[in-house]
Design a protein around this ligand. Structure first.
Ligand code: VG1
Ligand code: CO
Length: 544
């Protein structure tokens, strides 16, 4: 017996999508009607799903399997024509983006809280991507939120669970459900972009690499592509089996949470190249033997060398970076004579530029890099582009970085995070900066003179939409910069992010410890923003 139920419901507080979809504690998502309300709101906000094709999958975290079943039943009850699901309910974010584009689907739902830890007491999340494969723009997330506020009922099919473990086609009511290999189409796309033959030869030549998949969704993708297709030795990918709680860790690819990888890469027997990825596989950390590459530098190096890979041999149309990302990439764009865009944090702001063909490569300081091949950041893509570059240049990462800095200068960079601080205090800190920004230019702090200060507002050059209040930017006359903004992905209190940057042209000063190089900027940030006073903390919780 199957039937469609229409369940009366009421608006539920807190269903406001942040930087990247809706993220909440797993128990909240599991609470009465919560997931159902948000799902129905998404369906309604996009004009219903009647007859539409959707892609569905997630990063395998706790509750992923249950949520997939609920969303399938709701899609069926709402009249969807076809839902394409990754086997086992798994799809990395970039693989989902690719499937939406390749199949010509109307959109997709990705279940992930990305780098946030997973488990019944940790975080869960859901995001909606549109027909271009990219995260819903603000115009759509605003509609979704508005719908959560006036929803009175949702529709769900009453039926048994579908077996998601078997590839193939089945039906739920009138809706077709197709379960696909989550890796196959993505692996094929990577093969189209990069010179796999050359990368294979690199491994045949004894090149050693270590990829830490951090118990998250990248594992199956990395094993299939690196170990099976490209011939890297078995064991190249570690922590490669997705687990519902990511082995108890934070799947956040930075030197703090990927500490094991950092230790290996800085040890005597370090491999040539190391990488780590996040929960849903859209981010990457790059480490050479004895050298950590900041994501901002990685973006710049990838842009400067992309022509070495077949897909980018004709050059780049332009580069875009999120506002807090260092300006290393701007220097590459200037040299190449191509467009360079500064967008608010979050991948959704790159979509229009990519769709319009204005930019080819995009990146964020939080270890997200990607290109026009999909409409999401893509962790494994960045690793493969690095490999393609290394296969062509046959130089250690260290040497590639030194040469890059010698050519363009070095943008020393660091991010300080103050986590779970009371929201009122975080808001007060930001509000005060908004109030004083206009008076800062001309003032001196720790020997640095403020040249400009504003609360970043973005005007989308493609559709003319605007986004205000995206973070405080304080530029100094020597080219240094401090950015302060509040995170939109946390689930507890507020997280203050302080981004610090200093440009150094002199090649004899490219080997300084980062903290030393940034010391005056860090001190100026404190003096201007009174971080200790407002947060009540002596030091950041996480420094990357
Ligand atoms: C963080 C990062 C941002 C990224 C976002 C989603 O956002 O700073 O660069 O786009 O996470 O990434 P916030 O608002 O917490 O600073 V993912 O891979 O976590 O979906
Ligand atoms: Co992610």
């Amino acid at each position: 017996m199957t039937r469609i139920l229409t369940v009366p419901t009421q608006p539920i507080e807190g269903q406001k999508p942040g930087t990247s979809g809706l993220r909440k504690k797993t128990r909240i998502f599991m609470g009465p009607h919560y997931l159902e309300n948000f799902t129905q709101s998404v369906f309604d906000a996009i004009g219903g799903v009647q007859g539409k094709m959707l892609v569905l999958g997630g990063d395998g975290r706790y509750f992923n399997d249950r949520a997939v079943q609920v969303i399938l039943r709701m899609a069926a009850a709402n009249g969807a024509g076809r839902v394409v699901v990754g086997q086992g309910g798994l799809l990395s974010t970039p693989a989902a983006s690719n499937l939406i584009r390749k199949l010509g689907a109307d959109g997709g739902i990705i279940l992930s809280a990305s780098h946030n830890p997973g488990g019944i007491d940790e975080d869960f999340g859901m995001k909606f991507n549109g027909a271009n494969g990219g995260p819903a723009p603000e115009s759509v997330t605003d509609l979704i939120y508005a719908r959560t506020q006036d929803l009175t009922e949702y529709h769900i099919f009453e039926t048994a669970d579908l077996d998601l473990s078997v590839i193939g086609e089945s039906v739920m009511g009138d809706m077709a459900v197709e379960i696909v290999d989550p890796v196959a189409d993505y692996a094929q796309l990577m093969g189209d972009l990069f010179d796999f033959e050359q990368i294979r030869n690199l491994f045949i030549g004894g090149f050693r690499m270590r990829v830490d998949a951090m118990h998250a969704v990248t594992g199956p993708y990395a094993k299939a592509i690196l170990e099976e297709i490209l011939g890297a030795p078995k064991g190249t990918v570690v922590n490669g089996t997705p687990s519902p709680d990511f082995g108890g860790g934070h799947p956040d690819p930075n030197p703090v949470w990927a500490k094991d990888l950092m230790e290996v890469m800085f040890s005597d027997n370090a491999p040539d190249f190391g990488a780590a990825s996040d929960g849903d596989g859209d981010r990457n950390m790059i480490v050479g033997r004895g050298i950590y590459v900041t994501p901002s530098d990685s973006l710049a190096v990838l842009a400067a060398n992309a022509h070495l890979a077949p897909a980018y041999a004709k050059g780049l149309a332009g580069i875009a970076r999120s506002m807090p990302t260092s300006r290393a990439a701007d220097r590459v764009a200037a040299k190449l004579g191509i467009e360079c865009h500064e967008t608010p944090t979050g991948w959704k702001f790159f979509g229009n530029l990519l769709d319009a063909g204005r930019v080819t490569i995009c990146g964020e300081e939080s270890a997200g890099t990607g290109s026009d091949h999909v409409r999401e950041k893509d962790g494994l893509w960045a690793v493969l582009l690095w490999l393609n570059i290394l296969a062509r240049r046959i130089e250690p990462v260290q040497q590639i970085m030194s040469a890059h800095w010698a050519e363009y200068g070095r943008n020393y960079y660091s991010r300080h995070d103050y986590e779970a601080i009371p929201s009122e205090r975080a808001n007060a800190l930001i509000q005060r900066l908004r109030d004083i920004a206009g008076d800062l230019p001309g003032q001196q702090f720790q020997g640095l003179t403020v040249e400009s200060a504003d609360d970043f507002a973005y005007l989308d050059p493609v559709d003319g939409s605007s986004s205000k209040g995206q973070g405080l930017r304080i530029g100094f006359s020597d080219g240094s910069r401090v950015v302060l903004r509040l995170s939109g992905t946390g689930t507890e209190g507020a997280t203050l992010r302080v981004y610090l940057e200093r440009y150094e042209a002199d090649p004899t000063r490219h080997d300084l410890p980062v903290d030393e190089a940034l010391a005056p900027v860090i001190a100026a940030a404190e003096e201007i923003a009174l971080i200790r006073e407002f947060t009540g903390r002596d030091a950041p919780d996480v420094t990357t």
